[in-house]
Design a protein around this ligand. Structure first.
Ligand code: PAD
Ligand code: ZN
Ligand code: ZN
Length: 416
């Protein structure tokens, strides 16, 4: 029983609050009917059994399994997932390009509703709409306190992925085995548990099936242009790679007032969408018999102002660096490089004044910025619809990854 007016806590089924006609109801009580699982009135404090896509090893399909999700401990939040995008970084773990411990529940670009909270949690409450943050923000460490940094010291990032929550344990079990988390988020599951420093409350009116992209792809690309490169009015930009992240870089370059935005991809099917979001020219390196950096230098009278590598390859990182002006050019690495590989750089390329930099999550401090980005989306300051090409149920996750690998999708949203 709940008091009249209480919010229906999200349950494993499709819960709703109904008015009854008995004496208690007449006193202001209402009856909570849980449609999916009528036995469960509230799931808080209990283990939830639900479906998740588990990856048991590299280069294998995801397996839809029943998993047990333990209740949140102190300073943790359990979230009922509503929508999650498929990002190339998830696929990098499948292929071994990013090394992370197995078995694992991937997914890091999502939106959902808080189901329950652990002791001491103050920034969210059950029923709040939230976005999990794959870059945490504790707000207290040296880097959180630094104005420019967004890499909180509590992050679980490459070179030392632990696949655990802050207390060093996991909340997922499947077939009696403990399942690893991924970057503190693990959104390919009907329910997930995250640390409070890895979740942001967002506008209650926001459409979760769209703003989930603010959890990674959109913010990463957009921030790389407006915050990391600091693209200037009237400038010329080159964007290598036209996936969900690259297109978001273009949206950012356009918002910053770039005069020319040259989109580069070997898949010409991506060009129409790139133009739709703001590219002024599109080039396919395979159409030329000279290196793409020379083509871009010629197109820009000696070198572009800003270049972005949004693929995750060493050769295109080198081309992006070389195509920007040798004196004032700024080149930003956004794509995640293959594990343990080195990019040799002739220091002369930098001695003349070029800047080479990189950023995760567009340089945004996550917990501070995500709610603001959602507000900006609601105020129509940027679009997300062009990035969403497919919507599938979680059960069809493997189909979603095939669409990404074959270059046929931008973002597939998995719905729950
Ligand atoms: P995606 O696979 O949707 O897009 C990559 C694009 O690159 C595709 O359109 C390809 O056709 C194109 N491409 C591939 N090879 C070449 C080539 N040799 N020359 C030109 N174009 C090529 O990926 P995405 O947009 O989801 O992610 C892009 C990268 O960004 C990927 O490496 C991902 O791991 C990384 C990423 N980084 C962050 C971050 O915080 N830095 C966040 C999210 C994603
Ligand atoms: Zn991502
Ligand atoms: Zn911190």
């Amino acid at each position: 029983m709940q008091r009249k007016g209480d919010a229906c806590p999200p349950g494993p089924g499709d819960c709703r609050v109904e008015r009854g006609r008995g004496r208690r109801e007449a006193q202001g009580f209402i009856t909570l009917v849980c449609r999916g699982d009528r036995s469960t009135m509230s799931t808080a404090g209990k283990v939830i059994k639900c479906k998740a896509a588990v990856l048991w090893e590299t280069n294998k399909p995801f397996s839809i399994e029943e998993v047990e999700v333990a209740p949140p401990r102190a300073h943790e939040v359990r979230i009922k997932m509503v929508a999650t995008g498929i990002c190339r970084s998830d696929d990098h773990v499948v292929s071994g390009h990013i090394v992370s411990p197995f078995p694992v529940i991937l997914g890091h670009e999502a939106a959902g509703i808080v189901e329950s909270i652990g002791e001491g949690v103050t920034s969210v409450k059950p029923g709040d709409k939230v976005i999990p943050l794959f870059i945490a923000q504790c707000g207290k460490c040296r880097r959180c306190k630094h104005q420019e940094s967004n890499i909180c010291m509590k992050n679980d990032l490459p070179s030392k992925y632990q696949g655990k929550l802050q207390d060093g344990t996991t909340r997922f079990t499947c077939r009696g085995k403990s399942i690893h988390h991924f970057m503190g988020t693990s959104t390919f599951s009907q329910y997930t548990v995250v640390d409070e420093i890895s979740v942001a409350k967002i506008d209650a009116a926001s459409p979760l099936e769209k703003v989930c992209l603010i959890g990674c792809g959109f913010s990463t690309g957009y921030g790389s242009a407006v915050k990391v490169a600091k693209v200037t009015q009237g400038s010329t930009c080159a964007v290598f790679g036209l996936g969900g992240v690259g297109l978001s870089v273009i949206i950012g370059c356009k918002a910053a007032g770039a005069a020319r935005i040259i989109a580069v991809d070997i898949n010409k099917d991506k060009f129409a969408k790139a133009r739709e979001v703001g590219a002024t020219e599109c080039v396919n390196p395979q159409d030329y018999d000279k290196p793409i950096e020379e083509v871009l230098q010629e197109m820009s009278n000696g070198g572009v102002d800003f270049s972005f590598e949004v693929i995750g390859r060493l050769d295109t990182m080198a081309s992006a660096l070389l195509c920007c002006d040798k004196s004032f050019g700024v080149s930003v690495i956004v794509g995640v490089p293959p594990d343990s590989q080195i990019l040799p750089v002739d220091p002369m390329l930098l001695l003349t004044g070029r800047t080479l930099k990189g950023a995760i999550f567009g340089g945004f401090k996550s917990k501070d910025s995500v709610p603001k980005l959602v507000t900006d989306f609601m105020a129509k300051k940027f679009p997300l619809d062009p990035l969403i090409t497919n919507v599938l149920p979680l059960e069809k996750i493997n189909e979603g990854f095939d669409l990404l690998r074959s270059g046929k999708s931008i973002r597939t949203i998995l719905s729950f």
